[in-house]
Each structure stands twice: as C-alpha cells, then as structure tokens.
Design a protein around this ligand. Structure first.
Ligand code: ZN
Length: 273
C-alpha cells in the first residue's frame, strides 16, 4: 500500500492535460510527495521558471526525464554530448539528484546492435564524467526489448548493471516495472544492484491486450504486473525513493480530467501497489 506522499507524478502521465505549473499545483493539491518532469515540460516555460516553481513547491523530485539518445545521429556526436550536458544542468537546476536515461536504439538503417551498445556506453561515460562534476547521478532506464530498435538498446537490469560495473560510481538504474516485470532474472538483479544503484522506481501496469507499443500503459491494478512484489524487492535493498507514476495512455488516461487521474492514482496506490 502506498499513501500519496510516497507517490511522485511523472509529467508524462498527464502530459496532454497539464503544463508544468499545473502539474506542480496538482501534486500539491492531491498530496503527492514529488514530481518527475520531462524536459519538454521544462522547456515550455523555461528552465529558470521551472526551477523556481519546483523548488518553491517543496515537492521532492524523483528524477528528470530524460537524457540519452546517444545513437540518434549514427555515431556519438558533439551535438548529442552537448544535449546530455544540458540535461544534466537542467537536473541540477530543478533540484533533481537523478537524470534518467533512455539510451537510444539502433541508428537508422543499422543492423549492428552490438555497435549501438558500444556507442551508448561511450556516451554514458562522457555524460557521467560531467554529471559527477556537478553532483548529478545518472540513472539508466532499461526498456522492454520491444523498444530495442527505436528507443533503447539497453533492455535488462543485468545489462544496465554490467554497464555500471564498467563505468563506476554515480551511475545506476531507473527500474520501471513496465519494462522489467517479465524478466526471469529481475529479483536477482535488483539484489545485485543494491541500494546505491537503485535510483528510481517507476510504476504503471501492463495491459492485456496492449493496443499500442508506446502509449497503452495501464493504471496500476488494471494489468498483470506484480507491482507490490517488485516494490518490496527494491525496498528490501534499501531503496527509499518515491514511487513515480508514469502512464502513457493515449486511449484512456490522457483523455480524462487530470484531477480524476490523480484521484485514481491515489486509490490504486492504496489498493494495487
Ligand atoms: Zn519509466
């Protein structure tokens, strides 16, 4: 069971309804403990204003979504490195200890997933070096393998932790139940990660059937994920961060009144997490 102060609103959950200011006000109104903005919501109102609003709210910040996309230009370019440096600065500005990374998939026209993963590791190393200098941690989010081609070629927690082992301190994992629930190794890999590398915990549910690969995530309790089991597994390692609610739902939740969405999240936090 999760009470509202243990929840964080990932702004993607109400991205069609609310701007960043409305998200912050909504979190306060509904008693959420924190927020996790996407960069587009920050850019809409400008970084200075976003930082001011978030800091003044007193809300926790469970992460900034997102950096990464290292393979977007086919090789690691200055433009990609610069954008990730800006993302680190934005995380620091809004008081987020973590920058969440969606690392990028296969470069266009490529069949070289091994090479893509090399680009990603090299890019993460560069961003990590800068992030360490400003005190931001890098949280790699492994994505479900159905996104390996177009979003992220890091697809399991094991693979994430292997990269962390190579790169050292200041880098860890954002565990999103949507991406990892199916993985037979997940509990062992959560143990392997330990407190230091468990940097974020994202919740939603896996609907059966899933009608769209990207935008048909379910509200907690409407699908098949053992959310409570996974939450207890990360908490057993000492994770004490917020439970970040991240629901992409073009067919359902994005069409509803956002305050209603917040209320349902709170109910499901109590009954289904
Ligand atoms: Zn996530």
């Amino acid at each position: 069971m999760l009470t509202p102060e243990r929840l964080s609103l990932n702004t993607a959950t109400v991205r069609e309804q609310w701007d960043l200011r409305q998200c912050v006000e909504g979190c306060l109104r509904h008693g959420f403990g924190g927020i996790a903005p996407w960069r587009d919501k920050i850019h809409e109102i400008g970084l200075d204003e976003a930082a001011r609003i978030i800091r003044a709210s007193g809300l926790g910040v469970s992460g900034l979504c997102r950096g990464g996309w290292y393979t977007a230009e086919g090789a690691l370019t200055e433009a990609v490195i610069d954008d990730n440096r800006r993302a680190v600065d934005e995380a620091a500005a809004i008081g987020s200890k973590y920058l969440v990374m969606v690392v990028g998939g296969l470069p266009e026209g490529s069949r070289d997933i091994v090479g893509a993963r090399e680009i990603v590791t090299e890019g993460l190393a560069k961003t990590l070096e800068y992030a360490r200098s400003v005190g931001v941690h890098i949280a790699i989010e492994p994505l479900h393998p159905m996104y390996a081609a177009d979003r992220a070629c890091v697809n399991t927690l094991r693979q994430t932790l292997d990269i962390c082992d190579v790169l050292g301190d200041g880098i860890g994992a954002a565990v999103d139940v949507y991406h990892v629930w199916w993985d037979p190794e997940i509990l062992d890999q959560i143990k392997r990660a330990g407190k230091e590398r468990l940097m974020a915990f994202h919740i939603c549910d896996w609907l059966v059937p899933t009608r769209d690969m990207l935008t048909d995530r379910g509200m907690m309790g409407d699908g098949v994920i053992d959310i409570k089991g996974l939450r207890e597994a990360v908490e057993a390692e000492g994770f004490s961060g917020l439970n970040e609610v991240e629901i992409f739902s073009a067919l359902n939740w994005w069409k509803r009144d956002a305050d209603e969405v917040m209320q349902v999240i709170i109910e499901r936090g109590r009954t289904s997490c």
